[in-house]
Design a protein around this ligand. Structure first.
Ligand code: AMP
Length: 589
């Protein structure tokens, strides 16, 4: 077995870390950088580029450069999220056979998992080069607000990159682990994580050696790229006013203005005024070269983006309410993610919580270090056994009811892991299969939530309607990933269950009639992935409303849940005591 690393797979930048001789160490890339841009491209010679090289290529080949792919991972093509995305990014998206998002780069089509895998592979290779040893395991962080499909997709990307994914860990939780390094704490901390593409807020109680997430939430469409976009729209508008030329139709110009906007935005965190200059960005009717040359101030940037910061603070208020706590009960507020460096963000968060943010974590490094701590623990046999990490489910998971509302199986902020059982029954004589749709999200209505997938329970015995009852166990693991199993309640035999791929053509809003339509077998996407068949990762149609059937009062679960998952996952037991010794070792250096 090779070594395990922690990977912070960011929307704009990614980084990795390891634990070496008890201390965290960030992996450095060519040129000494500690992060690499999460960018993938194919250059004009057909070479695949990743990281800095791909980012440099963006201005030359805007159509063949994929940025911020993390925003798309695990989404279905028709989702609102994708519509929003296409307003900001210009590369070509396509719909796959199972309604997944595909990206066309030059004449090649990629799944999101393949794009992320290319970035992960580069990180793995860089780590192998830096450490001169094989890396084949990793803990990969994800936004706390990622749903099941998104988590599954990140897992698949890791596998495609040749990594055994030891755990998918929530980013704010990872930051809390890094914060706890070397300290004995009894605190309630809020972790405000505003990165390149996503925003998370988690409330975590750190008591002695227990890290317990109380509530988590966020916005997977709020991050640094939105700040860049606001400034970019302003610059494009000013250029239009001045020259009567709309650059927004010119992909090359848009890519250049976006990059310049990000640069100016970052500068404005430390200076009050900067200048954006792009020579030869366009030509007038006479073929004369035109420059974009504009002064931007911090005040202007704040005016353009304060609404984004307000949105993040509104989410903080909501999550504090869900946690049953208030700003005065928060002992420390940790800011992580590059965008949290913006002075307006720091000020608004400080005003809201009523205290200055902690300076004890590095906004760019904390998540990667936390992942490394976890990776080391999970891959090390030697770790002591006395600390605990308890996480929660970021969004409710449920099943559709006949009236289009969601019957919640696992509520938001439900401690993990957990399981539930439900009984489904046949509604027709000799019915041989039952379908069940599963959703995740915060809305009361399933149509406004993400369809995680449709399970088909088949091979039922022939019997008059209502006589076959199958007990379905929904098991949600410590990563927030759902798995299902089912057995015939009377015979005890396991029922074959399979995830059905395909489009949600029935629509989720209307109560559905039972349909005779034959379901076509799923077609593989252009470049197939290794998605686990027992977990939820795709969408399809179905019409069973299992909430019709009451849950058996005290029935034992039909499929035994491993002891380690019902109480403490085994990984938790070894992790924290080991971490503790590590912390002390590191602090006493
Ligand atoms: P992360 O995903 O944590 O790497 O965050 C990347 C985001 O942080 C990008 O949108 C960057 O533009 C933004 N960022 C990095 N440094 C700063 C800074 N000093 N001020 C404002 N935003 C920044």
């Amino acid at each position: 077995m090779g070594r395990a690393i922690g990977i912070d797979l960011g929307t704009t930048n990614s980084c990795a870390a390891i634990i070496e001789n008890g201390n965290p160490r960030l992996i450095t890339y060519k040129g000494g950088a500690k992060t690499i841009p999460s960018v993938f491209a194919i250059d004009k010679f057909g070479n695949r580029l990743v990281g800095e090289e791909a980012k440099r290529d963006a201005a030359l080949n805007p159509n063949s450069t994929v940025e911020a792919a993390k925003r798309l991972i695990g989404r279905s093509f028709g989702s609102q999220a994708i519509k929003k995305f296409t307003q900001v990014f210009t590369y070509e998206l396509m719909e796959g056979e199972a309604s997944e998002v595909l990206i066309k780069v030059k004449d090649q089509v990629f799944t999101l998992e393949q794009i992320s895998a290319a970035i992960l592979r580069r990180i793995k290779e860089s780590a192998e080069e830096a450490l001169d040893e094989e890396i084949d395991q990793a803990v990969i962080t994800v936004p706390a607000y990622f749903n099941d499909r998104q988590r599954q997709a990140v897992r698949s990307a890791g596998k495609l990159a040749g990594l055994k994914v030891l755990r998918v860990l929530n980013e704010p939780t990872a930051a809390a682990l890094a914060y706890g390094l070397g300290r004995t704490l009894n605190q309630r901390v809020a972790i405000y994580d505003l990165g390149g593409g996503t925003f998370d807020i988690s409330i975590i109680d750190i008591k002695d050696k227990i890290f317990e997430v109380i509530a988590t939430g966020g916005d997977t469409f709020l991050g640094g790229v939105d700040f860049d976009d606001r400034l970019m729209q302003h610059l494009l508008h000013e250029f239009l006013e001045e020259h009567d030329i709309d650059l927004s139709y010119d992909r090359r110009a848009v890519t250049m203005v976006r990059a310049a906007s990000e640069e100016a935005k970052i500068q404005l965190s430390s200076v009050m005024e900067t200048r954006v200059q792009l020579t030869g960005i366009a030509e007038d009717e006479d073929g004369k070269s035109l420059d974009l040359d504009q002064v931007v101030t911090r005040q202007l940037l704040e005016k353009l983006t304060h609404e984004l910061v307000d949105r993040s603070v509104a989410t903080c208020e909501k999550i504090l309410r869900e946690a049953g706590t208030s700003p005065d009960k928060i002992d420390e507020i940790l800011l992580v993610g590059g965008q949290s460096r913006m002075p307006l963000v720091r000020k608004r968060v400080a005003d809201f919580i009523g205290k200055a943010p902690s300076r004890k974590v590095h906004p760019d490094e904390a998540v990667g270090i936390g992942a490394a701590i976890m990776a080391h623990s999970l891959s090390s046999k030697a770790g002591p056994q006395d600390m605990t990490l308890l996480d929660v489910l970021p969004m409710a998971i449920g099943i559709n009811k006949a009236d289009g509302t969601m019957h919640v199986l696992f509520g938001k902020n439900q401690p993990l892991p957990d399981y539930k059982t439900r009984t489904l029954t046949t509604s027709k004589d000799n019915q041989r299969s039952i379908m069940l749709k599963i959703y995740q999200g915060e809305s009361k209505y399933v149509a406004e939530n993400e369809l995680l997938g449709t399970f088909v329970f088949s091979g039922l015995r022939a019997a008059p309607r209502g006589q076959v009852k199958i007990e379905v166990t929904f098991h949600i693991d410590s990563e927030g990933i759902l798995n299902l199993s089912a057995r015939d309640r009377d015979t005890g035999s396991l029922v074959e269950s399979r995830l059905k791929l395909g489009k949600d053509e029935t629509g989720a809003t209307r109560p559905k009639k039972r349909r005779k339509k034959k379901v076509e077998p799923p077609k593989p996407p252009p470049m197939p992935l290794n998605m686990p068949s027992s977990s939820l990762a795709a969408k399809a149609a179905g019409d069973q409303d299992p909430s019709d059937e009451p849950e058996p009062k005290s029935a034992p679960p039909p499929t035994p849940i491993p002891e380690s998952d019902r109480e403490l996952p085994a990984e938790r037991k070894g992790f924290f005591a080991w971490l503790w010794s590590l912390l002390f070792g590191w602090m006493s250096r």
